[in-house]
Design a protein around this ligand. Sequence first.
Ligand SMILES: [Zn+2]
Length: 348
Amino acid sequence: MHTLLPTTIVGSLPKPSWLAQPEVLWSPWALEGDALREGKQDALRLAVQDQTRRGIDIVSDGEQTRQHFVTTFIEHLSGVDFEKRETVRIRDRYDASVPTVVGEVRRERPVFVDDAIALRESTDRPIKWALPGPMTMVDTLYDAHYKSREKLAWEFAKILNEEARELEAAGVDVIQFDEPSFNVFFDEVKDWGVAALERATEGLHAQTAVHICYGYGIKANTDWKATLGSQWRQYEESFPLLQRSSLDIISLECQNSHVPMELIELVRGKKVMLGAIDVANEQVETPDEVADTLRRALSYVDAENLIPSTNCGLAPFPRAIAQRKLSALSAGAAIVRGEIAQTAQVAS
Ligand SMILES: [Zn+2]
């Protein structure tokens, strides 16, 4: 692995068409039973191969074995009734029919651990695994039991910690929590969001990351982004809190977004997973465009803390586009790595 500017992706990659309908988010499986189990494992190995062949250093499963970044995890818990559905407003942005919390939530068995073992066996590179964050889980459900977002988040944090510890034991190097809700519910982030996230990471030796984003390029998200003005300063709310937190890595989106780069200064000292690949635009970045984004970020983050990444998941793209974006990411990182090496040589 490159010790400087190791590349990674936030999480998802497109699934092969024989596993699920392509270019659709959260599309249903095309296989069943044993064939589905085998198909998911095959897709996971392909995702690893695509990443390693295209120069990605910290490899993920491409989320090939899950349908939805939050719901798939919740499906494995008891206390949630998927038949009993209520319509709620997700992230204050769009209405969705969601399952209901009807009793105490519990993880009866590991959720992703077998998949993480399969990922561990398929590569010698460092691996990263994504879990939903407690606040984002709460925001994807109707709660008829705890009747408190904070209480439910705390229960989820304990469950996530159990899962994370087992992922770590399976050889996962980086455990990432996806918390897009942190860009929406600022008061709750302050009151209990960061605390719940820290509870989820308690006792871990693996590196811990939090991914906060503006979402996939779906209409509800692009409409919302259009209301945010010329400067997206949402990170300003959570970053100072995260800077003081126990989390190791903070992920943000910078490619074609209106996030002012100087906000990175707010998490000085942390590692920064910097989105240098747009997930809402099929136009493939050139290596120079990626390099330019990384160079601008280097004014606010030390090179040894910079992890070039994607803005968010690549799932909605045609596979060929996603693959080319992986190549652009690693080629852009290589340019900047070369420049840093050259500067170091001149200086010595
Ligand atoms: Zn995201």
